[in-house]
Design a protein around this ligand. Sequence first.
Ligand SMILES: [Zn+2]
Ligand SMILES: [Zn+2]
Length: 336
Amino acid sequence: MSMKAVEVDRPGGDLKLVERPVPDPGPDAVRIKIEACGVCRSDVATKDGLFPGIVYPRVPGHEIVGRIDSVGANVVAWKLGERVGVGWHGGNCGHCNECRAGDFTNCENREICGITYDGGYAEYMIARQSALVRVPDELEGAAAAPLLCAGLTSYNAMRNSGARAGDVVAILGIGGVGHLAVQFASKMGFKTIAVSRGRDKKVLVDGLGADAYIDADVDDIAAELQAMGGARVIFATAPDAKLISSAVSGLTPRGKLFIVAAARDPLTIFTPAILSGRSIHGWGAGNTRDSEDMLAFTLQSGVRPRIEKFPLERAAEAYAHMLTGRAQFRAVIVPD
Ligand SMILES: [Zn+2]
Ligand SMILES: [Zn+2]
């Protein structure tokens, strides 16, 4: 039996539609018949070889929802026909120092979906059992897929940030991650300030639940946030080091800047600006149980991504929409 997949055959190569044999799962893995796969900015790492040790050809994609259609011999907790998802966390070893301390996402031998093994730009994929997330039937596949990376990152960073109901919380960047972060912040009870560049973004932010919008092209972000009493937490979702650096003075004393997406350039932090106990944190996604908590919260609260669907044959176009910021807000690949 063969399947369609979209692969990259070398760093910087094009995304190409190919026919491949449908793979069989090893003993600790399952095969998933894919319903949908979101296109995340981190897929650039696969396409352009920005992650060390990628073996090509490689199928990108780490925001997958589908159903288990074959189960490996050692798999005990997952059944044929079960609805599952896979995010960036592609599995952990269970025996390294970090795993033994319960920090599975920082496993020294961690697998990354779409990086260390083939991901979701395909009709089928193989996933390690330690990567699997249960996905409720009430969530449409294409809507649930982006939640597994973009949604998890914002939800999990937010619930671990120390922000409390009523606190001013700012979201920098309103794209794939940011438009979900605004919704999560609003539903968690924070005074939610959306920050981006341009008036056109303000129109897009309407309906996401933001209490105010700051246009970084014309407004002084820090001054605007201070006029609101200062932000207890700022979540930086855009790869825009200048924007992030300029926002730090908008924090309250002991306020926290959470970096949840990689920026291309280094940050410039004026050190006196953080001597009041302000701090800078990095945050990356979460474990599979965090994902299930997040999906349950989206069902409870109504948080949903805004998506554009593309068939597998147009994966390269979906990727280009993501890269140029044309996707409103998340491109999702849906195999026929
Ligand atoms: Zn991602
Ligand atoms: Zn480990």
